[in-house]
Design a protein around this ligand. Structure first.
Ligand code: ADP
Length: 306
């Protein structure tokens, strides 16, 4: 039943906005089944790509296929199988969760009242909002609103779910709850998670890409990418004032404040000196070393592993 979980193929996609900003530069990506993380800083081009996948925006060049469906030319077919949770969405503050979900269910074409009742109950339970169904959306917390957004996006059983920066602005407890919900969804459909938060990807995604300034810098499986950095990341606790000198001598991948001092991570295939300590790398090291141009190219990841 391959077409139940189609993979997404993005080929040579470019987009320049009217103001001259080149938001996507010849992007080619294959997004398989499961949870996929698109990781990059603000302004990288993530939302532009997500809106294209959701058929809300056209590229200047390139092609996008969802299984056998041509996303750019068969928009209606895509919309029937797609759930999209945009970065920002409005809710009617005076409506209750149940009322608004019922309204959207009608728009989705679930016309019989009994069918809607069943779908709405199941979605509100799945998103942990069943107890809150009679509450007005205006009083919902950020996390509750996001989960309500997921309930709306899941109407009609989408095979592809796109969530754009879903955890930005959530407090830690809400974030954990939301991530748990997403991971359950990833078991049954293709979920693309766009985010600038490394932990979102490391905790959930089986595949990922790192995007910056409209370009894909790395396509990898998070665990493999981390493994490929083993033995190459070193750290040193130092003063902030020592940073310029360290940057001259080493390939600094990150510098973080730690109890008033600065924890520096560097990339080095060889021992950089006795005052450095070898680090067990994590996805943050992969992210920062990719962003600083130190990380091995994706085609070399497998070579490093064998
Ligand atoms: P991200 O989601 O990674 O933060 P975006 O796709 O929103 O990135 O933006 C990529 C680049 O395109 C940024 O430089 C942004 O300012 C620009 N941009 C986004 N939307 C528009 C628009 N509608 N018109 C002009 N520039 C835009």
């Amino acid at each position: 039943m391959e077409n139940l979980k189609p993979s997404l193929s993005i080929r040579n996609v470019s987009k320049t906005y009217a103001n001259g900003v080149q938001a996507l530069k010849n992007i080619t990506l294959t997004i398989p089944n499961g949870m996929y993380g698109l990781l990059g800083p603000n302004g990288a081009g993530k939302s532009t790509l997500m809106r294209m996948l959701a058929t809300l925006q056209e590229p200047d060049e390139g092609s996008i296929k969802l299984g056998a469906i041509d996303v750019l030319y068969q928009k209606e077919e895509v919309r029937q199988t797609l759930g999209y949770l945009p970065q920002e969405f409005g809710v009617y503050p005076k409506a209750t969760a149940e009322e608004l979900l019922d309204y959207f269910a009608v728009l989705k074409g679930i016309t019989t009242r009994a069918a809607r009742k069943e779908v709405i109950e199941s979605l509100l339970k799945q998103t942990n909002l069943w107890d809150k169904r009679k509450q007005k959306l205006g009083g919902f917390s950020g996390g509750m609103k996001q989960r309500f957004g997921v309930a709306v996006a899941l109407l009609g059983n989408p095979k592809l779910l796109i969530v754009d920066e879903p955890t930005a602005g959530l407090d830690p407890a809400e974030r954990v709850r939301f991530m748990n919900l997403l991971s359950e969804l990833g078991e049954n459909s293709v979920v693309i998670l766009s985010t600038h938060i490394v932990e979102d990807v490391s905790e959930l995604c089986t595949n990922m890409a790192i995007i910056n300034k409209g370009e894909i810098l790395l396509e990898a499986q998070p665990q493999q990418a981390v493994a490929a950095l083993k033995g190459r990341v070193w750290r040193k606790l130092t003063e902030k004032s020592a940073l310029p000198e360290l940057e001259q001598e080493h390939q600094v991948i990150s510098a973080k404040l730690l109890s008033g001092r600065t924890m520096v991570h560097i990339y080095s295939p060889e021992t950089p000196g006795s005052d450095f300590e070898l680090v067990e790398p994590d996805l943050e090291d992969v992210y920062f070393s990719t962003m600083t141009g130190n990380y091995v190219q994706p085609q070399r990841v497998e070579e490093v592993l064998v």
